[in-house]
Design a protein around this ligand. Structure first.
Ligand code: FES
Length: 317
């Protein structure tokens, strides 16, 4: 873990605030790849993930941007309560949304606060001479972050801004952007779940190879109330112990209480921290982290939210 100080707080738009973080000991921060995020520890034992949105070659600072959400679980409110001079504990960066190493054309789609990992990607691609375009959609200019930075960037001519309250001909036309992309292009999407699903469905309908589609969710789509949720058993392969998971409790919660270490972070099925191999049994996947192919293989599970279709799961723990 790394102790950092908030050295600058900036208003980036309506309910959007960025935080510049530097090490309290003045040293260099770990390098990071475009698309990476850090875990931020907040009061009340909250841990939240925020994408790094400064240029990835910088090691003197990290920049994150947080949308304050009234329906949040407390993380965004706690972040917005921070002032300059505040001290935070953060993790080293982790990347679950990396650029593909192939030097292919990159098509970046950001919706709202989803700009944060994609602006770092744009910085990296431009610095490394790789071709790309960035489509940024928001309800209006006041709801978009980093507009000045996007317009002033040396690669600003590759940015396309789309506002719901703007002229109709400037609104995002996903199908058109997909059709105009060169062969072999890779697609990267981040934003609200509905935005990501919209872009992915358009790409799939246009026959894009799933291996060229990449996404990162910021929050889980609301899960339908499952009135018929059943209890099931999980067996820890290393010890043979069997635990019952009742309705309304996650595998991760039950195992944690039983003293079985399960790393968790988002606890919403979007970050992948708790992914664990399944040795026997059939998961009932409820996450947005694993792909459809990975769900179909049924050989891994997110312990923070997914359940079981079979009476028992044997986990590689
Ligand atoms: Fe993030 Fe489970 S803790 S997917």
């Amino acid at each position: 873990m790394i102790e950092v100080q908030v050295v600058a707080v900036r208003e980036e738009g309506e309910h959007l605030r960025s935080f510049e973080l530097r090490r309290t000991d003045g040293g260099a921060l770990p390098t990071f790849e475009a698309g990476a995020h850090i875990d931020v520890q907040l009061p009340g034992k909250l841990t939240r993930q925020y994408s790094l949105c400064n240029a990835p070659h910088e090691t003197h600072r990290y920049l994150i941007c947080v949308l304050r959400e009234s329906a949040s679980r407390g993380g965004s409110e706690a972040m917005h309560a921070l002032a300059e001079g505040g001290v935070l504990t953060i993790s080293a960066p982790r990347n679950l949304f990396a650029l593909h190493p192939a030097p292919a054309y990159s098509l970046l789609f950001a919706g709202g606060i989803g700009i944060t990992p994609l602006i770092a990607m744009a910085e990296h691609l431009a610095r490394n001479g790789r071709s790309f375009e960035l489509h940024y959609s928001a309800r209006g200019p006041g709801r978009a972050a980093f507009l000045e930075r996007l317009r002033a960037a040396p690669w600003g001519d590759r940015v396309h801004l789309h506002f719901d309250d703007g002229p109709a001909h400037l609104r995002l036309d996903v199908a058109q952007a997909l059709a105009a992309a060169p062969d072999g292009a890779h697609l990267y999407v981040c934003g609200p779940a509905g935005f990501i699903d919209h872009v992915f469905q358009a790409a799939e309908a246009s026959g894009w190879d799933p291996a060229r589609l990449h996404r990162e969710y910021f929050s889980a789509a609301p899960s339908p109330v499952d009135a018929g949720e059943q209890s099931f058993e999980v067996q820890v392969a290393s010890s043979g112990e069997v635990h019952t998971i009742p309705p309304g409790r996650s595998i991760a919660q039950v195992l944690d209480e039983a003293g079985v270490f399960v790393p968790v972070s988002c606890e919403q099925g979007i970050c992948g921290t708790c992914v664990t191999a399944v040795l026997e049994g059939t998961p009932d996947h409820r996450d947005q982290f694993l792909s459809a192919d990975e769900h179909a293989r049924n050989d891994q599970i997110t312990l923070c939210c997914s359940r079981a279709r079979s009476a028992r799961l044997v986990l590689d723990l």
